[in-house]
Write a protein that binds this ligand. Sequence first.
Ligand code: PAF
Length: 282
Amino acid sequence: MRTVNSLRELRTILRGYRREGKTIGLVPTMGNLHEGHISLVRKAGEAADVVVTSIFVNPMQFGASEDLDSYPRTLEDDQRQLEAAGNTLVFAPGVEEIYPQGLVQQTKVVVPEVSDGHCGASRPGHFEGVATVVTMLLNMVQPDIAVFGEKDFQQLAVIRKLVRDLMIPVEVIGAPTVRETDGLAKSSRNGYLNESERAIAPAVYRALQDSADKLGNGRSDFGAIEREATEALSAAGLRPDYFNIVNSDTLKPATAEDTELTILVAAFLGTTRLIDNLSVSR
Ligand code: PAF
C-alpha cells in the first residue's frame, strides 16, 4: 500500500490503474481511523478494484472555536489499519496542497436547504467546508464510487445533493453506522471522553431507540417525543444541542404523513460533541 502527499503523484498512479481498466473507489476521511472507517474501506473494496482513502483534516469545516488543532492525527496507525483492510492507496495531502491560495481565496461549494438546520445551524460554515473539500476530492480522484458513513446523516444528504446538482459522475454509497457493544456510535471524537463521560455516552443511542419505539408504535406527536428525549439526555448528564425528528429525504421536520423518518441528535458531554441518528420506516 502506497501513501502519496501530492496531487501530481496521485494522478500519475490513478492514470496507471485506469489504463489497466480498474475501477476506483474513494473513502474520504480525516484520519484517526476506527472500525467505522474500516467498514467504509471494506465496502469500497467490494464495489471497486482499487480503493483510495484520503486522510485530510480539513480546516475549512472547523469553526473558530472548534477542535482543528487538537483533532487527533495518527497517520502511522491509520496506515497500518488501512493496509490490513486491503486499501490500495492513501492520499494524505498537507493543507497547502489542497488550499494553495488559502481558505479566503478558495472557491466554495454551497449546498442549499439540506445544509440548513441541525448540525448546519449549530456549526455555521461546516457543510460549506465539507461540500467544498468533498467536491475537490471527487475531482482529484475521479472515482467510480465513493463511500461515506451514515453516522453523519446530514453530511451524506449534503454530499448526495452536491453530486446530483453538480452532475459529478460518481456513485455515492452510504455505509451503516458501526457501534460499540453498548450502542455508542464509533467516532474519532469518542477518544476525547473521560471515563465517567464514556459511561454516560450510550444514553444518546438509548434516547434514539426509545424515540424510534414511540414512532414505531404510531405516535406522531413529534414535538412531545423530542422533548421527552431531550429531558432524558439532560437527566443522563448530557447537554442536548438538538434532537429532531425529520423526513429522511428532505431533513425537514417530520409530518404525520411521512413514512421514512430519521431522528437526528447532537449532544455535548463536557466539551465533546457527539452526533448520532436512527431511521424508522412506518
Ligand atoms: O466525515 C468526515 O470525516 C469528513 O467530513 C469528510 C467527509 C472526510 C470531509 O472532510
